[in-house]
Design a protein around this ligand. Structure first.
Ligand code: CS2
Ligand code: MG
Length: 402
């Protein structure tokens, strides 16, 4: 079997997506998500100029060798752009492999360890009342787990809060919007938020919160400790993950479970976090973390340390990634939870999907491969337009983490 051609499809049904399509000489093709929010064109160029020419002629079933060809074989390793390109190639090759065997992808990853995949929804609000109201709405839809984000009194626009009645979409057309941040106001408010949310929803709903990289280790330790009475399912990205040992301080002070790594892209971002059991969930998704070939290895390593998966699943990861993640989550033993922000309906004009939500869980059907397809003609109706994630400054103007 040989790879005969490949192309990158860039489209924007409601938001930008990048999809790699790899063709073979047996009339089977594979798809891989190559979307990197706000840096889409960098991945397109990397794939078109440096990866696709080298793919032609290779046997698509040789996923291990091809992964190392583009990882070990490349001098300049790691990084979000490089690893997103490798992830897309890997996803597409596993799609081909499963289609060739006429079986759903999960059967190549260990088969069914579970039927339904526990997912969590996003609830956010400009203020605490709206956040609580929207948490209730997600519970009414059947979600058993809800991530709660709220506007912070005294801070203008902040992470995770939708504008008006629009679905939450952080990337804005053109250059980055500048947001402002006050850690003191945030730290003083969040425990109060979850005290009130718990009062309303009770103790059986899993509650999650995303700090979005914005605390120092000691601030994160304080927040995680003060949130203990509300039994969060997890506190996400409490600190910026570059300093893995920074999580030691959080771990020393709190039993609130920690999830980290949606911005990570290789196992090397996790080595201290996993081996010292500083976290409870790995967030790095297939689309940015080296694909199925890499994440199966990381999930296996994590399982030794009682760490589970909790993959990123925001709307800026495409339906191809979501379906591939659901196959992965179906098969592995140390699955924890999957983030599920439903894509807007317009996205499904371009991507046909094979999964559905019911009563707190996602289900994937038995279509061969990953099971998602892309309608190229429809994709052309939605041309790419540059959009960037905001940047974030402290109130004194100091550049900070967004
Ligand atoms: C967030 C994301 O879903 C999450 O946990 O961290 O919404 C993140 O801000 C976006 O994916 C960035 O593109
Ligand atoms: Mg996050």
């Amino acid at each position: 079997m040989k790879i005969t051609d490949a192309k990158v499809i860039v489209c924007s049904p409601g938001r930008n997506f990048v999809t790699l399509k790899i063709y073979t000489d047996q009339d089977i093709y594979g798809l891989g998500d190559a979307t990197l929010n706000g840096r889409e064109k960098a991945v397109v160029t990397y794939l078109e100029d440096y990866c696709i020419p080298a793919l032609i002629g290779k046997d698509p079933r040789n996923t291990e060798d091809i992964w190392h060809y583009f990882y070990k074989g490349v001098y300049w390793k790691r990084g979000a752009v490089t690893m997103t390109a490798i992830s897309a190639i890997d996803m597409a090759l596993w799609d081909i492999k499963a289609k060739t065997l006429n079986t759903p992808l999960y059967n190549l990853l260990g088969g069914k360890s579970r039927n339904g995949i526990l997912v969590y929804a996003h609830a956010n609000g400009k203020n605490i009342n709206e956040a609580i109201e929207n948490t209730g709405k997600e519970i009414e839809k059947g979600f058993l787990a809800v991530r709660v984000q709220s506007g912070i009194p005294g801070i203008g626009h902040t992470y995770g809060v939708a504008e008006g009645n629009k679905p939450y979409e952080p990337a804005q057309k053109g250059l980055p919007r500048e947001d402002y941040w006050d850690s003191t106001k945030y730290l003083n408010f969040i425990p109060f938020l979850f005290e009130k949310v718990r009062e309303v929803v009770g103790n059986d709903i899993h509650l999650l919160h995303d700090v979005h990289h914005r605390c120092t280790p000691i601030e994160a330790a304080r927040l995680a400790k003060e949130l203990e009475p509300f039994h969060l399912f997890w506190l996400e990205d409490p600190v910026s993950g570059e300093l893995q040992e920074g999580l030691r301080l959080v771990r020393q002070h709190s039993v609130t479970p920690i999830a980290i790594g949606e911005v990570f892209n290789t196992v090397y971002d996790y080595t201290t976090l996993i081996t010292e059991q500083l976290i409870d969930y790995i967030r790095m998704p297939l689309v940015h973390g080296g694909g199925i070939t890499h994440l199966t290895k990381i999930a296996a390593m994590a399982s030794i340390y009682h760490i589970q998966t909790g993959f990123h699943g925001a709307t800026d990861l495409s339906p191809v990634n979501m379906a591939a993640a659901l196959h992965f989550n179906t098969a592995i033993n140390n699955f924890g939870i999957q983030e599920y922000m439903p894509h807007q309906d317009i996205v499904h004009e371009v991507f046909s999907i094979n999964y559905h939500f019911k009563s707190g869980y996602m289900y994937i059907n038995d279509a061969p491969g990953i099971g998602v397809d892309i309608d190229e003609q429809k994709a052309r109706k939605f041309p790419y337009s540059m959009a960037c994630l905001p940047v974030n400054r402290k109130t004194d103007g100091t550049m900070f983490y967004w």
